[in-house]
Design a protein around this ligand. Structure first.
Ligand SMILES: *Cc1c(COP(=O)(O)O)cnc(C)c1O
Length: 219
């Protein structure tokens, strides 16, 4: 199957209320262009430098999403163009994004990454920290970030019931926060292995890499 075929297949399966982020990390510009020529405009990367290089080389109407863990000292390199940052897991990082957004006189859309997996290798805020952050007075002073929702990664397991439960708890948190956060419109959950379950559990944005571009040689 070609990248274009894979994308077509995806777009026919996925409801049009679900946004597809094509995760192009480690993949060459040629592969991204192939997806671009098939109509895909949203791409996800997990390393800031790699995304900066690809942004410079590729068509300017691509929307770049940062899906990886953030190194605060590198936020400045993507602040002029990044369209959504999925992996915000501390107030300090949010504050740095705000600072860099201000320099470019723009507002940057962000998602708070919530820890839903049982493994402790996954980054993310604990449930109670999410609402604490959103209601803090420090947060209210950040004029140039727009937190539009949540992101989560399920456990790496064959137990699909567990995966479903983890997505369910994130969706519940999302719905609860919505009452005080009317700007919440994005729930980013689901990857190649579990996007179908994620969509059933209310995901509005899936991040799919290998099912579109083929297996990666490194993570
Ligand atoms: C790599 C990555 C994905 C995509 O993974 P696939 O299994 O290739 O679909 C999704 N989300 C994050 C945060 C990733 O780092």
């Amino acid at each position: 199957m070609s990248i274009a075929n894979n994308l077509q297949d995806f777009n026919s399966k996925v409801p049009n209320t679900t946004t597809l982020v094509a995760v192009s990390k480690t993949k060459p510009n040629q592969a991204i262009l192939e997806a671009y020529n098939a109509g895909q405009r949203i791409f996800g990367e997990n390393k800031i430098q790699e995304m900066v290089d690809k942004h410079a080389a590729l068509p300017k109407d691509i929307e770049w999403h940062m899906i990886g863990h953030l190194q605060r000292n590198k936020v400045k390199y993507m602040a002029s163009f990044v369209s959504l940052i999925h992996g915000v897991d501390s107030f300090k990082t949010l504050k740095e994004i705000n600072k860099q957004a201000l320099k470019h006189d723009r507002s940057i859309n962000c998602l708070l990454q919530v820890k839903i997996a049982t493994e402790d290798t996954k980054f993310g805020l604990e449930f109670q920290d999410v609402s604490a952050l959103l209601t803090s007075s420090d947060y209210k002073e950040l004029t140039n970030v727009n937190v539009i929702g949540l992101m989560g990664m399920a456990s790496f397991t064959d137990d699909l019931k567990q995966v479903r439960n983890e997505f369910k708890t994130l969706k519940t948190l999302f719905d609860n926060l919505k009452s005080t956060q009317p700007q919440f419109n994005t729930l980013s959950m689901g990857m190649s292995s579990d996007y179908e379950i994620a969509i059933e559990e209310g995901s509005t944005m899936i991040r799919v890499g290998s099912a579109i571009f083929g297996a990666r040689t490194y993570a």
